[in-house]
Ligand binder design. Sequence first.
Ligand SMILES: [Zn+2]
Length: 148
Amino acid sequence: MSEKKKTRNITDAEWEVMRVAWATGETTSKEVTAILNEKTEWKSTTVKTLLSRLVDKEMLGTKKSGNKFTYFPLVAERQSIDVLAEELLTKVCSKKVGKVLESIIQESVLSFTDIDQLEAVLKEKRQSAVETVPCNCIPGQCQCHLIR
Ligand SMILES: [Zn+2]
């Protein structure tokens, strides 16, 4: 497992905490607990555990200011979103990636700017498009191998 994968492999709960760190720039366990109280019932001990795991995973840095610890992101949100998307797409046969992207677009509310950017990306993608996407699965995990 690469260094990149190891440090970015975070749980859904850890992701919730990271979002607070990205939004605030620098935060405390008390603040994270208060913010996430809107959608979770995590006790401060739970949040402290998540914060220390994220420090171990090098997603968050920490420093002591006064008598409390503050936490700040070591990884950019955009970069983490890219990894998240990459991880999602490795879960399906590469032949189905186009369909997954189609579903994501279908289910999203998009601005005109978003659509302009997507169209630009697709136009560029057309230059390197292939006739048939090769399957990347092991035999038995998709039907591509059965059809042949
Ligand atoms: Zn396949």
